[in-house]
Design a protein around this ligand. Structure first.
Ligand code: CAA
Length: 293
């Protein structure tokens, strides 16, 4: 199987690594709107695999085989893909435009499946105006590690496409869970409002950043605290999903925290910009309120 992953950011590169690690996949196109962005995504994969080699969890040969399957470039290179997984920014128009263009790129393979890694948007709306159906194939960060793939059918997604995506998820070593189309599906409908509430709790002064995170880690056995996880996901993504939940439902319980909006406007997006609720400069991870004291 040949796979094209469109978007070489955190999710796209993790998804490309996941596919390239699967025996049934012979080639993975990792694409972005400029080759240098796609190359940067491949570098992230090389770095992740190097860590595993250093830890003695992977041989250089196995890592080389994974990297050797990944071809980087602009979206137009993916002419013979069997599956396109779109993993670009969480904006409806950008995603639709990519699918529209990919219909003309994949000229060699009319059976190619189009999937979106959208974390909250309507699959039915994504497919509207396209000749091909779209299916939701939602991975979780870090994609090579997290076991779940949410599989989402839009109103016009054929059953056989949904079943094929579930089969592919199993071949990747993941557990597919089919969910109905709804804003945020299952995980993000529950997880992202929890992170938003943690931001609210912190901004009301109920506890400091380390306190909020320790409470949830030790009190609920979560591997990461909610503020740390928000930084890890990217606060721009957290805000985008809160906005989808709020706009689609009109329910005020999904109103984004004001501090979240301010941080996104100030480009304090978390790990990817080096600062969010924590400061990641110099390889450290220090709560920003602790630094201010
Ligand atoms: N590639 C391959 N392996 C990787 C990896 C990568 N990119 N990143 C981590 N790993 C591996 C590590 O090598 C390690 O493997 P071993 O156990 O074999 O040594 C394992 O994963 C654990 O990693 P670490 O030892 O570095 O760190 P950790 O034990 O602290 O775990 C974590 C890190 C897996 C991220 C853990 O903290 C965790 O599960 N956090 C919660 C993540 C989460 O909730 N994700 C969902 C976010 S929501 C989302 O993604 C949806 C959305 O639409 C917004």
């Amino acid at each position: 199987m040949i796979v094209a992953v469109i978007g070489a950011g955190t999710m796209g590169s993790g998804i490309a690594q996941t596919f390239a690690s699967c025996d049934q996949v012979t080639k993975v196109y990792l694409c972005d709107f400029a080759t240098e962005y796609a190359e940067a995504g491949k570098h992230k994969i090389v770095a992740a695999l190097s860590k595993r080699i250093k830890k003695g969890k992977m041989t250089e040969q196995a890592a080389g085989a994974i990297i050797g399957k990944i071809v980087t470039g602009e979206n137009e290179i993916a002419v013979d893909a069997d599956l396109v997984v779109e993993a670009v920014t969480e904006k409806m128009e950008i995603k639709k435009d990519i699918f529209r263009k990919m219909q003309n790129v994949i000229v060699k393979n009319p059976d190619c499946i189009f999937a979106s890694n959208t974390s909250s948007l309507s699959i039915t709306e994504l497919a509207s105006g396209l000749q091909k159906p779209i299916v939701g194939m939602h991975f979780f960060n870090p994609a090579p590690v997290m076991k779940l793939v949410e599989v989402i059918a839009g109103l016009n997604t054929p059953d056989e496409v949904v079943e094929k995506i579930k089969e592919i998820a199993v071949a990747l070593g993941k557990t597919p869970v089919q969910v109905k189309e709804a804003p945020g599906f299952v995980v993000n409908r529950i997880l992202i409002p929890m992170i938003n509430e943690a931001i609210q709790v912190y901004s009301e002064g109920v506890s400091d950043i380390a306190g909020v995170d320790s409470a949830m880690k030790l009190g609920c056995n979560h591997p990461m605290g909610p503020l740390e996880l928000g930084d890890y996901i990217g606060l721009d993504i957290v805000l985008a999903i809160m906005n989808v939940l709020y706009e689609e439902t009109g329910d005020s319980k999904y109103r984004p925290a004001l501090l979240l909006k301010k941080m996104v406007r100030g480009h304090h997006l978390g790990v990817k910009t080096g600062i969010g609720f924590y400061d990641y400069s110099d390889g450290n991870k220090v709560p920003v309120d602790a630094k201010a004291e």
